[in-house]
Design a protein around this ligand. Structure first.
Ligand SMILES: Nc1ncnc2c1ncn2[C@@H]1O[C@H](COP(=O)(O)OP(=O)(O)O)[C@@H](O)[C@H]1O
Ligand SMILES: [Mg+2]
Length: 258
């Protein structure tokens, strides 16, 4: 597979980046560079700002009243919060998958075709190709190819989550944000999603929030450990889990709190 871009470059770069809810600084002056076409895991105890940071990358926090940012957050070298940035365009370039699979109450086909149609694709043959490619990409095609026009609500949890991933892939994003994408799934469905993440690596920049440290260790290249809004440590995953530099990281990964 030819990689879309060189992997040494930062796709996302936070510089002194903070996110506030009213007066509360939920993410505090974070400096972090997320490499292109690699998997970056964000770990840390509940409430430490993982989701807030993740949502800041494609401006999902815009939808929350009282939420504001400070500092810089660059995507592909461009300030995400710059005046000329269209959040809808940004969200097409940066797809998102949530904790609970949230397929639309429509057919499997229409779920995947939703984004492309929204962006003006109408040609049936063209949509057929996009739907198939996206479902193949999300490792769901074989399971659903004979029931594309059945309601997506009939899928199992694991299938529904892969459908959400296919829906995200259908608009050809450059980056995927995943917020605890397996926490509602059983171990078998979780393993499928983890395999898929490893497969997608190399084609997409992936940032995954997980409270499961084994998962972070299995799927990611880089790991960022957050604690109370601060980025405590950011390192290659192997290094962070075997030779943490910070006492706080060590305490967390050895299960002393969290
Ligand atoms: N919509 C919101 N409004 C106000 N405060 C919020 C909101 N979402 C999260 N917070 C607060 O921001 C902090 C970080 O939350 P969050 O990013 O959800 O943490 P995590 O994903 O690590 O569990 C917490 O103190 C949480 O209570
Ligand atoms: Mg969260």
């Amino acid at each position: 597979m030819i990689e879309k871009m060189t992997t040494d470059t930062a796709h996302v770069e936070a510089r002194g980046f903070s996110v506030f809810y009213g007066e509360h600084e939920a993410v505090c002056k974070v400096d972090l560079a997320i490499p292109s076409c690699r998997v970056t895991a964000i770990i840390g105890p509940s409430g430490c700002g993982k989701s807030t940071f993740l949502r800041a990358i494609n401006r999902m926090n815009d939808l929350i009243t009282g939420c504001r940012t400070k500092g810089e957050l660059l995507f592909d070298g461009q300030d995400v919060y710059g005046r000329d940035v269209d959040a809808a365009v940004l969200r097409r370039r940066i797809g998102m998958v949530f904790q609970k699979p949230n397929p639309f109450p429509k057919s499997i086909y229409d779920n995947v075709a939703y984004g492309p149609r929204l962006h003006g694709r109408r040609n049936k043959a063209e949509l057929d190709v996009i739907v198939e490619q996206s479902l193949v990409g999300a490792a769901l095609w074989d399971e659903v190819k004979d029931r594309l026009h059945k309601n997506a609500l009939g899928l199992s949890g694991g299938q529904a989550q892969r459908l959400c991933l296919a829906r995200a892939l259908a608009v050809k994003p450059e980056m995927l944000l995943m917020d605890e994408p397996t926490s509602a799934l059983d171990p078998k469905a979780t393993a499928r999603i983890e395999e898929l993440i490893v497969q997608l690596r190399g084609q997409y920049t992936i940032a995954i929030v997980t409270h499961n440290m084994q998962q972070a260790a299995r799927v990611s290249d880089m790991t960022a450990f957050f604690y109370e809004g601060d980025l405590v440590e950011y390192a290659p995953t192997k290094e962070l889990f075997t030779r943490p530099r910070e006492k706080k990281t060590e305490d967390y990964i050895t299960g002393r709190f969290g």
